[in-house]
Design a protein around this ligand. Structure first.
Ligand code: CTP
Length: 216
């Protein structure tokens, strides 16, 4: 990597939605703030940024190429198409792990609807990408309510990432929806660095600096 402008970064952000019928879906509280902050920090570092974002209510960052998606499957198809050309993949998105086996074309009437929904797993986008990883630096996010670092280290290994950002969620002032966050950035060699509590913009700036591929 000779200079910053030659670095192409692929970032995913926000939640995905998995529809039960046209008016009901499974999702999570992700707002996309961390992913969008990373996109802005990467642009500020001079990188070219592809941003694949689930449904969020945030203004489009300047100078990124934005790919809006709704479902995990749509997010997978975009990441799959863009991965080979990127130098850095940062998977901030809170991808739904499950989707209903059946998606009804019409709104289910409550008196007739079944009270249980059969689910199937969505594709693990991150794991699928690292299976064919070549030169890319890959950064995952581990959203955990408890035993944050233990699970994050496990995910780092299982998903074969270069870095894993351990992120405690489910508390006020950190994780989903907050403007601030506190994370631990864990490297593949086991070393780690705590960042924050501080703004997501500052955390994003530091993450981009730390995961910058070294010149070769
Ligand atoms: N991820 C992904 N595809 C999925 C689920 C997760 O690419 N179907 C990515 C996320 O973007 C994140 C990392 O995997 O970078 C970890 O996501 P997380 O939700 O913390 O973990 P899961 O793999 O879903 O495992 P669990 O729900 O058991 O904690």
């Amino acid at each position: 990597m000779s200079n910053a402008s030659s670095i192409r970064c692929l970032i995913t952000a926000g939640p995905t939605r998995e529809f039960i019928d046209p008016v009901r879906f499974l999702s999570n509280p992700s707002t996309g703030k961390m992913g969008f902050a990373l996109a802005e920090a990467a642009v500020a570092a001079g990188w070219t940024v592809d941003l694949v974002a689930g449904p969020v209510a945030l203004p489009e960052p300047d100078d990124v190429i934005l790919y809006p998606v709704v479902t995990a499957e749509e997010m997978f198809h975009h990441v799959d198409a863009l991965f080979d050309a990127c130098d850095v993949l940062i998977m901030t998105a809170a991808v739904s792990d499950f989707r209903p086996v059946e998606q009804h074309a019409r709104k289910e009437k409550k008196d007739d609807a079944a009270l249980t929904i059969e689910l199937e797993r969505t594709t693990d986008i991150l794991k699928t990408m690292t299976e064919r990883k070549a030169h890319q630096t890959v950064v995952g996010f581990a959203a955990e309510t408890n035993d944050v670092e233990v699970y994050a280290r496990r995910k780092l290994e299982e998903k074969r990432c270069d870095w894993m950002v351990a992120n405690k969620v489910g508390e006020v002032g950190a994780g989903f929806a907050s403007d601030t966050n506190a994370v631990t950035l864990i490297a593949a060699d086991g070393s780690s660095l705590k960042i924050g509590p501080t703004s997501k913009a500052e955390i994003a700036k530091q993450i981009i600096q730390l995961v910058t591929p070294s010149a070769s």
